[in-house]
Design a protein around this ligand. Structure first.
Ligand code: COI
Length: 395
């Protein structure tokens, strides 16, 4: 509205300037206002979100200007489109929402101090989304759709990536069934989409977690190793119950006996007893987390002993009682690391030590990881992937 008024003013003044000097003066003022606006706009990092405050926002509610979409029909994927972020028209009879044929990925882009932008191990997310898609009888996406789509999106909206400690762009690729049909069968239509939101670390303070003795996140033969949307839906109710008991998260235990740790909240879980780290092996019930794998490799590089083996609840509780349990923490893309300050078990709240950065394996490994992700240090693993500028123009 304001912009239109300025344009009208310029046009009107332009005509008027033929008739009087007064109008020439107004024309010049309007032109200056327009030029100042243009200059200001090109220096404003968060272009379409004047109210966005990079110092103070909650995770996942603000979306960048664009998104990627691609539709699947008649047995094949169509063209990948980079479009303005917005709503999509779907029927309530869409199979994705009725039968839960939907999966997603979580990954991040980081901006270094010079403004260069990097993805972190995107090939792992590409492989995993296809693993999830296959498990849910959905079509796999191609590397071109996934990796090139990601790069094009991140490049065009690079101004949205917040810079600085703990800041990143959280990227959410997803596949969901879009056919309008209520018969319980595999859908014939799907959408692949990528959206993204600026992010700080997800849970920043240490949290108390309840060791589950009834609910499970996954079952033998189930979809635990897929990033299936339904896995998250099923976790909300037990998590609400845990919150009512004064905990922030749950440590999921195995469905058969509840004697072994599996995951925690939306994260993989690590336990440190004395100076050895333990984490359960990935399986059909445990997600093969990219952050989990990175932590294991970083710990080994520091010559910290890592044991990938079943982690018994009994062992952890005994270690807490005899003082050898040093740390328990969760890792995931969104959070990077969440340190646990207490474990709830059998009606007791068992405190964990509060360690400094120098003492804590969790915080030290987190720092190692974030330093690589944000290009503060060398990347001996080859994990960072640079996002070139102006990808679409040079393609
Ligand atoms: C991630 O860390 O990417 C997750 O999956 C957590 C998400 C549910 C916010």
């Amino acid at each position: 509205m304001v912009k239109n008024n300025v344009n009208l003013l310029i046009f009107g003044s332009f005509l008027g300037c033929f008739f009087s000097l007064k109008f020439t003066f107004i024309f010049c003022i309007a032109l200056i206002i327009k030029l100042v606006r243009l200059v200001l706009r090109s220096f404003t990092p968060f272009k379409n979100c004047s109210t966005f405050d990079p110092e103070n926002f909650s995770f996942g509610n603000t979306f960048i200007d664009h998104m990627i979409i691609c539709e699947y029909e008649n047995g094949k994927w169509g063209d990948v489109k980079l479009v303005p972020y917005g709503q999509l028209p779907f029927s309530p009879a869409m199979m994705g929402v009725n039968y839960g044929q939907a999966c997603f990925e979580g990954m991040k882009a980081y901006k270094d101090k010079d403004g260069q932008v990097f993805l972190f191990r995107p090939e792992k997310n590409f492989a995993r989304i296809n693993k999830s898609a296959s498990r849910l009888a959905m079509p796999e996406v191609t590397e071109e759709m996934f990796i090139d789509g990601l790069k094009a999106l991140v490049d065009i909206d690079r101004a949205w990536i917040p810079q600085g400690e703990g800041m990143s762009l959280y990227i959410r690729p997803l596949i969901f069934a879009t056919e309008e049909a209520l018969k319980a069968r595999v859908s014939n239509k799907y959408m692949f989409a990528i959206v993204a939101t600026p992010a700080k670390s997800y849970y920043s303070e240490p949290v108390s977690v309840l060791i589950s003795d009834f609910y499970s996140r996954a079952a033998n033969g189930g979809v635990g190793s897929a990033k299936a949307a339904g896995n998250y839906a099923a976790s909300f109710y037990p998590t609400q119950l845990a919150i009512e008991q004064g905990y922030e998260q749950i440590i999921w235990t195995d469905d058969a006996t509840h004697e072994y740790f599996e995951e925690s909240g939306t994260m993989n879980v690590f336990v440190r007893i004395n100076d050895t780290i333990y984490t359960p092996p990935t399986s059909e019930k445990i997600l093969d987390g990219v952050t989990r794998d990175s932590f294991i490799q970083l710990a080994k590089r520091r010559c910290i002993e890592v044991k990938i083996e079943p982690v018994a609840v009994k062992t952890v509780i005994e270690a807490q009682k005899n003082g050898t349990l040093k740390e328990v923490w969760g890792v995931g893309t969104a959070v990077v690391t969440t340190v646990f300050k207490a474990l709830g078990y059998n009606g007791e709240k068992l405190d964990l030590p509060s360690l400094s950065l120098e003492e804590s394996f969790a915080l030290t490994l987190q720092k190692d990881l974030v330093d690589i992700q944000t290009n503060k240090v060398e990347d001996p693993f080859g994990w960072r992937v640079l996002v070139e500028k102006n990808i679409l123009e040079t393609a």
